[in-house]
Design a protein around this ligand. Structure first.
Ligand code: C5J
Length: 224
């Protein structure tokens, strides 16, 4: 299967490709969570949801591997480095009680994925303490166990957890396609530049396309 992408066509086999949905959690996408405590306008991430719902539906229809990630910490915060916990001047810190439960803590309502993109029972959900999906998780082992060699990467935020995951994946030999309208940032300029960085220099970290280009390719596959 071939997707029109930047810097050139992205070729992949759906049987060995995972749709990775990074951190589409209430803590980042809804008021009262981690993203808002840092002073961000969380409504900026909402535009990611409709195109990502369409991509998720198409991937499920094709029987592709779907993996969701969630950034967050154990209730005792033992996996939260002090530098992360004490950094900056947020209105609430990681672990503090907020309107959606303790900020960025596993098991809390705010830590979970938004209703619109809720995982199905058979879909893997990877809980990660850091920004990248490989650090401190079984993500790499799970990809290997499923024979995955290519990733279609979506979610938030483009320049933080999406970028870190793509960089980690690229160094491990995975071919990554980042979907421009299925990723988002609190900073539109960072989003634009982060995507440019992925595809620059002949695709230094991977490829970039929009969901329309991917859906065209997936639809043709479903018909064929
Ligand atoms: C951030 C993330 N931005 N999921 N996390 O702190 O990108």
């Amino acid at each position: 299967m071939i997707v029109e992408a930047s810097p050139g066509p992205f070729t992949f086999d759906p049987a060995t490709t995972a749709l990775v949905i990074i951190d589409m959690q209430r803590d980042f996408c809804e008021p009262g969570g981690f993203g808002e405590t840092l002073g961000n306008d969380v409504s900026l991430l909402r535009s990611v949801i409709p195109p990502l719902q369409r991509v998720l539906a198409a991937a499920r229809e094709l029987g592709m591997t779907v993996i969701h990630t969630r950034e967050g910490h154990l209730p005792d915060l033992s996996d939260c480095p002090p530098a992360k916990l004490h950094r900056g001047n947020p209105t609430l810190r990681i672990g503090d009680p907020g309107p959606k439960g303790r900020i960025l803590v596993r098991g809390e309502y705010g830590h979970d994925i938004v209703d619109e993109l809720a995982p199905l029972p058979d879909e893997l959900v990877v809980d990660k303490p850091g920004k990248g999906s490989f650090h401190g998780t079984a993500f790499g082992a799970e990809l290997e166990a499923r024979g995955v060699t290519s990733l279609i990467v979506t979610g938030v935020t483009t320049e933080v957890c999406v970028h870190t995951t793509v960089r980690e994946a690229n160094d491990r030999g995975y071919e990554c396609l980042v979907l421009s309208d299925c990723t988002g940032s609190y900073f539109p300029e960072f989003h634009r530049v982060a995507l440019e960085m992925v595809a620059a220099q002949g695709g230094i970290f991977g490829w970039v396309a929009d969901s329309t280009a991917l859906l065209e390719a997936l639809t043709q596959e479903a018909v064929a």
